[in-house]
Design a binder for this molecule. Sequence first.
Ligand SMILES: [Fe+2]
Length: 311
Amino acid sequence: MPTEVISSSLVGKAEYQVQLADVQFNMEPKAYSSGYNKVPFQFTHNLHQLDMFQFDAICRLAKRYATASENDFFVAGSSIAADSSFFAAEHIRLRPSEAIEHLDDKPTRILLKRPENHDPDFRLLLETIVKQLRNFPGGLGGQRIRRVQSSLFITSAAATTALHFDPEVAFFTQIAGDKEYHVYPPTQVPEPELEDFYSRGRVSIGQVSMAALNPAAEQVYKLRAGDGFHQPQNSPHWVQTQATRSISYSLVFETTADKALGLTRAFNHFERKMGMSPAQPGMKPNLDSLKSEVIVPVRFARKVVSKLRNG
Ligand SMILES: [Fe+2]
């Protein structure tokens, strides 16, 4: 498909403008229109050829996180196993630019969150990809996005990220090194677990037990530079880097419809706690919509009551 460059005052460097103009996701149209936010599917891309993703440029980006809030990055050791607790991995107390220098010392995972807030080229890249996705028939289309962000993963060889799911639609791209990505469709997460997760109203990762998943539903992507894949919201996954250092870039977002679905599940959580059996989301769309609207003031009222009780 033709690539568009978004008119932006951020475009200041001609060489980057040319490179960003060439950014392309090569997706099979049918896979996108029928699989979007339902099942994982693979595609190819050329992001790894951008100057901004060469290792020296990434080291410079990491230095920009020197004074960033600790909410803006995450440095951790390898998970012990695919099915271990996500948060049990060792928290490494290094800034990203320090941790990069020790990637070969021990398995280390560095996550730079929201690079678009630290480098205008990443902002332009994010906008360019979203525009491309909207131009593909079906899928995201013109849906309103209420939250969008990207992440850059810099990981040692032989490091594992334990099983979890994320409350966002993701487009994951491998930039350097090899990564084995194990993913399941979102239907594998039992509905009561999704309801419990969304009842908390926080943006975080969700945990699910490997024992709850059907091994036959697992898909394994052996990603190399130039490979990418689409991960639906709530798709359980675990990841392992291979023999060399890995760099990956992921763009995630939540649409208004995705948010409403989470609110419906939050309502269903309370329904289930009262001994009722809520309808599966999607079975009764009008009721789903009503639930998503009602739960917001109910949740607010509960917070107020809790504050009043606790002084
Ligand atoms: Fe994830």
